[in-house]
Write a protein that binds this ligand. Structure first.
Ligand code: G1P
Length: 291
């Protein structure tokens, strides 16, 4: 029987050097897209897909992320006193159930695979999702829900994939593609950040995964890969053939918010999608486009 998906790991230990000075004293995952920090998009998406337990893999200087999901007692009291009902309701509707977030620290930056390995006690023997908050997806159905549907049907590993320009394969985990049915591809191989000349395809993994707990055993080997880091992609590659492994060409658009241009595009796309802001943003954009 396929175990229900209830856990998610959020790797948030990165330094965010690409966004300095904004990230000098603030975690990059607290950068807002419109009015919501990146981390909260990830948590909201996961909760919409049925996730109940979260593990944030943090590092030094990341306490704002933990505070963000706590109850802001003084703030709520002040809002209540001033009859700011709407703001109060917003905070309350987003409150996390007690005990639903745990944190572990990645003491040394040895890569994404190492970050996930740091969460091994939390993972235990259960399937789990990984959401990289840098990747935002604007879609009809939350991206993780789309993956969860595949996982609950196949009981195997599932990663969200999208086509990237061939010259950009060295930025992502890339699939060797097997049999393909509609939007689902069988994963025959995985390579982390291959040179375009060696890339087996231009289908890249984005920051949404559902993995079986066995991946932890392969991560424990601590083998170094691309960039001399412990790569999640390499550990996942070792699971191919042992359990079903699919890439899902998800419905929706992905924004790489770890990149300045991607982050700015996300601001515009998410603002345009908002009924309260869309018309005004569409109007002022004309000014710049026609200039
Ligand atoms: C990580 C993964 C890579 C994946 C990417 C998605 O890379 O290692 O396989 O394609 O996330 O955003 P990073 O962005 O940490 O370099």
């Amino acid at each position: 029987m396929v175990k229900r998906l209830r856990k998610a790991v959020l790797p948030v230990a990165g330094l965010g050097t690409r966004f300095l000075p904004a990230t000098k004293a603030m975690p990059k995952e607290m950068l807002p897209v419109v009015d919501k920090p990146l981390i909260q998009y990830a948590v909201d998406e996961a909760r919409a897909a049925g996730i109940e337990q979260f593990c944030m893999v943090t590092g030094r200087g990341k306490t704002a992320l933990i505070d963000h999901f706590d109850i802001a007692f003084e703030l709520e009291a002040t809002l209540a006193e001033r009859s700011k009902r709407e703001a109060l309701m917003l905070l309350r509707s987003e409150a996390m159930p007690p005990g639903s977030i745990t944190t572990v620290r990645q003491q040394v930056p040895l890569g994404l695979g190492h970050a996930i390995w740091c969460a091994r006690s939390f993972i235990g023997q259960d399937p789990f999702a990984i959401l990289l908050p840098d990747d935002l997806v604007l879609s009809q159905t939350p991206c993780l829900q789309q993956l969860a549907d595949v996982y609950h049907e196949t009981g195997g590993n599932v990663v969200a994939v999208t086509e990237v320009p061939h010259e950009q394969t060295n930025r992502y985990g890339i699939l060797k593609i097997g049999a393909t049915t509609a939007n689902r591809v069988e994963v025959e191989g995985l390579v982390e950040k291959p040179d375009p000349a060696d890339a087996p395809s231009n289908l890249s993994i984005i920051g949404r995964y559902i993995l079986l707990p066995e991946v932890v055993e392969f991560l424990s080997m601590m083998e170094r890969g691309a960039g001399n880091e412990v790569q999640l992609t390499d550990a996942m590659a070792k699971m191919i053939g042992h359990a079903p492994f699919h890439g899902l060409k998800f419905e929706g658009q992905r924004f790489d918010c770890g990149d300045k241009a991607g982050f700015l595009e996300a601001q515009i796309a998410f603002a345009l999608a908002r009924p309260d802001l869309g018309p005004a943003v569409r109007e002022f954009l004309k000014k710049y486009i026609n200039a």
